[in-house]
Design a protein around this ligand. Structure first.
Ligand code: G16
Length: 542
């Protein structure tokens, strides 16, 4: 039976860079999740009788909100829900399911790389029929609706058994519990040369993949161990846990430190990788060689034609603005389009749908292609393995050769997490005011060529997104970029992105922080970071 429940609005349901992310106790407030889900449905049109995909990264509160979302979908008139067994669907797998089964859209429950548990983070995001995150036009409409909502619809029914595959019916709607891995594994097998990767591994090439007790465990077990023949135990932390074992499922050099140390050790395997909470980010480390996400994008783009799915070449490459310019040099050499978008995978959607870009990437450990409309951690791992199998060289050799032919973009991101939001906003406002006075100014050997607040003009739908990050561009290709994160759940996170281009191959072996030292000092000086945030050093350096 469908009932309409009266509710009152919450004022804080503005979706950020990737959906609504809050602490679990916030989501547990009366009608909080229901209000947001109903606001999603109220912002969409024409879904009666259509299919909705629902799944999440298995974190604490996942199962509860899945049951709510199913009952609300039924009450709102969807014809079918496809839900992953156990409530599990990685973000890229959900994107694939939406596309493959021509669903109207999908609800993905995740707070990505943020920690999980009763007092940690949770999130809800809506993806459209192309499989990608809803564009700003829709997230703005959802937010507007959350501010006026006065009722939501839900059917009164027993919970669905999420642990058994098969069909059932709820309030006149069909619910199909599906295998979360099968369709995704099949897609990967189409894109990559599995026999070549299998041969590489059977010849003793060592692979280790850390699933960080998050969603990619079942996917990596099936693909890397079962289908590609890596020895049992190659996939670490493969059981998705509601609290990720108490860790941050964030595949960076801080939270995947153990993997990094293993890869830098004398007996390291040939290839180490990790993915995040919901399976869309990746970390790539060769024996003795960490590959930055920006470099990984450039190297994957330069070598993608070696994988069957990309044998015909790329139409174009897209990267978020703060991502290093390494990929731009590859696009230039290949004579293909290069697009610079704001942070947020949603901005790649139009470029992918229009066939303008084939591969996209972000400094925040996201890489992906037109095979789905989300970034895809395991996809990046498999493309690397395919390239390694064909080239027969190590990650370190491929990286060095890449720098020798294109030059090296030294790159680092410094994060100041959970700083006072007012202080962070004041810092950005002060920088904005300074912008007109900066061009032409010299700081030691560094001369400012241009300085602006990045605005994106979407070449497809002509929408404009302003205030996407402060850029200070120096002569010679160095850059400092400042922006506030849109994914945090408490206070503000200031991100400072620092980049220097080094064409000279004899200078490609400098430690990154050392290579960037003058820019790092200057970044603090120009924005007055220490004084304004009260912090002596960044909380995370990647
Ligand atoms: C999300 C977005 C990415 C973005 C990242 C960091 O990733 O999908 O496009 O680069 O957040 O955003 P911010 O710098 O605003 O924190 P994920 O993996 O968290 O879904």
């Amino acid at each position: 039976m469908t009932k309409t429940v009266s509710t009152t609005p919450y004022g804080d349901q503005k979706p950020g860079t990737s959906g609504l992310r809050k602490k679990v106790p916030v989501f547990q407030q009366k009608n909080y999740a229901e209000n947001f889900i109903q606001s999603i449905f109220d912002s969409l049109e024409g879904f009666a009788g259509k299919t909705l995909v629902i799944g999440g990264d298995g974190r604490f509160y996942n199962r509860d909100v899945i049951q709510i979302a199913i009952k609300m979908a039924a009450a709102n008139g969807f014809g079918q829900v496809l839900v992953g067994r156990g409530g599990i669907l990685s973000t890229p797998a959900a994107s694939n399911i939406i596309r493959k089964y021509k669903a109207f859209g999908g609800i993905i429950l995740s707070a990505s790389h943020n920690p999980g548990g009763p007092t940690e983070d949770f999130g809800i995001k809506y993806n459209t029929g192309n499989g990608g995150p809803a564009p700003e036009k829709i997230t703005d409409a959802i937010f507007a609706r959350t501010k006026t909502i006065d009722a939501y619809k839900i059917v009164e029914a027993d919970d669905i058994n999420l642990d058994m595959e098969g069909e059932s019916e709820i309030g006149g709607m069909t619910v199909t519990v599906i295998d979360p891995v099968a369709d995704y594994a099949e897609l990967m097998e189409k894109l990559f040369d599995f026999p070549a990767i299998r041969a590489l591994i059977s010849n003793g090439f060592g692979v280790v993949f850390d699933a960080m007790s998050a969603v990619t465990g079942p996917y990596a077990k099936e693909i890397i161990e079962n289908r590609l023949g890596a020895p049992k135990g190659s996939v670490l932390n493969f059981m998705p846990l509601p609290d990720f074992g108490g860790h941050h499922p964030d595949p960076n050099l801080v939270h995947a430190r153990a993997l990094y140390e293993e890869m830098m050790s004398e007996n390291a395997p040939d290839f180490g990788a990790a993915s995040d909470g919901d399976g869309d980010r990746n970390l790539i480390i060769g024996k003795g060689m960490f590959v930055t996400p920006s470099d990984s994008l450039a190297m994957l783009a330069a070598n993608a034609h070696l994988a069957p799915g990309y044998a015909r070449g790329l139409a174009g490459i897209a990267r978020s603005m703060p991502t290093s310019g390494a990929a731009d040099r590859v696009a230039e050499k290949l004579g293909i389009g290069m697009y610079e978008t704001p942070t947020g995978w949603k901005f790649f959607g139009n470029l992918l749908d229009e066939g303008m870009a084939t591969i996209c990437g972000e400094e925040s450990a996201g890489t992906g292609s037109n095979h789905v409309r989300e970034k895809d951690g395991l996809w990046a791992v498999l493309l690397w393995l395919n390239i390694l199998a064909v080239r027969g060289e190590s990650v370190a050799e491929i990286s060095r050769q890449h720098w020798a032919s294109y030059g090296r973009n030294y790159y680092s991101r410094h994060d100041y997490e959970e700083v006072d939001a007012d202080a962070a906003n004041a810092l950005v406002a002060a920088l904005r005011e300074k912008l007109p006075s900066l061009p032409g100014t010299s700081f030691g050997a560094l001369k400012v060529e241009a300085a602006d607040d990045f605005a994106y003009h979407d070449p497809v739908d002509h929408s404009v997104s302003d205030h996407q990050g402060i850029r200070i561009l120096f002569e010679g290709g160095s850059r400092i970029v400042y922006r506030l994160s849109g994914t945090g759940t408490s206070g503000a996170t200031l991100r400072v992105y620092i980049e220097r281009y080094e064409p000279d191959a004899s200078r490609h072996d400098i430690e990154t922080q050392e290579a960037l030292a003058d820019l790092i000092t200057l970044a603090d000086e120009i924005a007055d970071i220490r004084t304004r945030t009260g912090r002596d050093a960044p909380s995370v350096i990647t």
